[in-house]
Design a protein around this ligand. Sequence first.
Ligand code: MLT
Length: 406
Amino acid sequence: MFKINENYLKLPGSYLFSAIGRKVAAYSQAHPDKKIIRLGIGDVTQPLAPAIIEALHGAVEEMGKAETFHGYAPDQGYEFLRSVIARQDYQDRGCQIAADEIFVSDGAKCDSGNIQEIFSLDNRIAVCDPVYPVYVDSNAMAGRTGSYDAGTGTWSNVIYMPCSMENGFVPSLPEEKPDMIYLCFPNNPTGATITRAQLQEWVDYAIRTGAVILYDAAYEAYISERDVPHSIYECQGARNCAIELRSFSKNAGFTGVRLGFTVVPRDLKCGDVRLHDLWARRHGTKYNGAPYIVQRAGWAVYSEAGRQQLQEQVAYYMENASTIYKGLTEAGYTVSGGINAPYIWLKTPGNMTSWEFFDCLLEQVGVVGTPGSGFGPSGEGYFRLTAFGSHENTAEALDRMKKLTF
Ligand code: MLT
């Protein structure tokens, strides 16, 4: 008789955004006449930029002719894409990252879930609390997180690093020693950022203690302040201790197109084993490369026209962030984030729990957000709104929220 991976049975409920999706679907079925405004999942709403559409069309045409047809993509991604990433995202910022240290994939969510596979099950992970749930769930599925305590919403073998208003939502170095440290800045869900000096402390700590940092920089395009690093490789020594994950979803609207990449520097080693070789081995066995068409679209993100158009798109969303931030502040909410990130993190009013506020918002005014407690115990009493809606819907959501009664 076959056996299942029992680690899956330890997972609490369902994936956060699936649970929200189900609640919203039930509400909308019961109230078909009500217009729901979705500021929950960080899904983009603006169409793909013209430069990207043009590249997609061009690539589709190529696929239709024998001379320019492309079959399986190289495991690690096409050189035309990896080299432009290495140059524009890294070398132009003074980071020594080479094209062959970049692994193109179908998105940062998959990479951030899969990357744990190349590490021993004995490793102890540390995560910010609140945290993007994929880091913890993927380690739980692998059997690295111990047992789940439904009362506290914590795993016995995970080091939680609380991020609160008091520490500006930037965690302190942990007292217990982790082997794998997940950091995400600009942060999902709090929208907080880390300064270069603060991030350097983490890099120094990882080198000192022999830990690896898994750095999720999916939201770097939203950085507006100067001392906020766009990449962990802006810190000295990071090539020896950090892997970086990047996405095309938020900077270029690829949530439905799917493209991302992971940087594994050749200097990053465990003894004399390069993590680069392990990830290359894993990629070669389990992945057949992102589609040519999509990689061509990714390449257009770095073209002059693409960069210009995407800057405008990011600015569009950040105008929403400012609308939400200002509107909620005026309405008396305690608000953070939204300056270098497309997420606004607010304290729930009237001491409501995160889910109570979710229900209240949905039922009273038809606005969907994300309950902070879904991201971890320290998220309780908080709520996340995304800036990825349209201007019209964002403004309407704010008007509606001002009418809430508690
Ligand atoms: C979020 O809402 O946290 C993100 O959209 C999730 C993701 O990027 O996978």
